[in-house]
Write a protein of this length. Structure first.
Length: 330
């Protein structure tokens, strides 16, 4: 059985695993470099969502998040924020926005995994919120990631949605969890007890198929924490339309590793912005900007300075947006 740990984090907290009582004990602080890494990759707190591409809980803007946690259940009962003896099915983090956004991926800090069956799959999920503030309708499911692919050596594991998910004002993002019956285990890093966004943001889907916050009395963990699950979002202009069928973008070779060519067509002269972004939403190349005449267009991309992975290109005009994916391989 292969076991991998995220080197920046340490297990300190324990929880009792009898009956349905889930209560936490105090943990020992551990200073992590995680917050400086967050700022390096351009992640912003949820309180400034209007200017952000990737959101994280407001608690990570506080000094209390200098110490992060892997929280375990006693008696080898697994993980509060992952696979455990209770058979939890999903772990979710709640967010809100004040303008129209769409979600393209979820970034998750995986602190630990144990691989028994390398082909076991987990997925990112997005839910809307009910009037009561609980998880409601399932809005989207990401492309699956095998538990073998879940990355504990880098900072994030991305869960990419083939079709962007339009978000309501309040929503939940998270991942599915192996039930442990096959020997596979995974867990998400969290803040320490009492370090949270000031409302019930950490939720889970338990084995009975119902959703519960982490702190709602008996039958819950009685923890006030946030999980390191980050939505990657982009603003949607009120007049924006998906014009992929009109602009007909294509890129080749795809996958590519040296250079690539992006082709598209404009039915009329227009102001055009052509960009390439990574899975965190960060712009890595601005390929064209300005007025272009009608007709067939072609833009050359240099891939030599890009890391292996998935990227998104977009062609934006005042009339709408056309977009697609580019895989870079080394």
């Amino acid at each position: 059985m292969k076991k991998v740990y995220l080197s920046l984090l340490v297990v300190f907290c324990t929880l009792p695993a009898w009956a349905q009582q889930r209560q936490a004990e105090k943990g020992i602080p551990y200073v992590s470099k995680s917050k400086s890494h967050l700022s390096e990759v351009g992640i912003r707190p949820a309180s400034v969502a209007a200017d952000a591409d990737t959101l994280y809980p407001a608690s990570l803007f506080d000094e209390c998040s200098d110490s992060l946690r892997i929280i375990t259940v006693t008696d080898n009962g697994g993980y509060v924020t992952g696979t455990n003896v209770y058979g939890d099915l999903e772990k979710l983090q709640k967010y809100g926005t004040d303008m129209p956004y769409e979600l393209s991926s979820i970034l998750v800090v995986v602190g630990y995994k144990s691989v028994a069956v390398a082909t076991t799959e987990i997925s990112g999920v997005v839910y809307g919120a009910t009037e009561a503030g609980e998880p409601g309708a399932l809005l989207g499911t990401s492309e699956p990631v095998t538990i073998e692919e879940a990355d504990t050596t880098a900072f994030f594991t991305p869960f990419v949605f083939s079709t962007p998910v339009q978000l309501p004002d309040s929503f939940f993002v998270g991942i599915t969890i192996p039930d442990g019956s096959g020997g596979d285990t995974i867990m998400v890093v969290s803040t320490k007890q009492g370090c949270y966004s000031g409302f019930q943001a950490a939720w889970e889907k338990q084995a009975d198929g119902n959703f519960y916050p982490f702190n709602a009395g008996d039958g819950t963990w009685q923890l006030d924490v946030d999980m390191l699950i980050f939505p990657v979002i982009s603003p949607i202009a009120a007049s924006a339309k998906n014009l992929s069928a009109v602009y007909q973008p294509s890129i080749y070779p795809n996958p590519g590793n040296g250079r690539a060519t992006l082709k598209y067509q404009l039915p009329k002269a227009s102001e055009v912005s052509v960009t390439l972004r990574d899975v965190t939403g960060r712009e890595v190349q601005r390929l064209a900007e300005g007025l272009q005449g009608a007709g067939n267009k072609q833009v050359e991309l240099s891939l030599s300075n890009l890391n292996s992975g998935l990227y998104f290109y977009s062609i934006e005009t005042p009339e709408g947006i056309a977009s697609g994916k580019l895989n870079v391989v080394r």
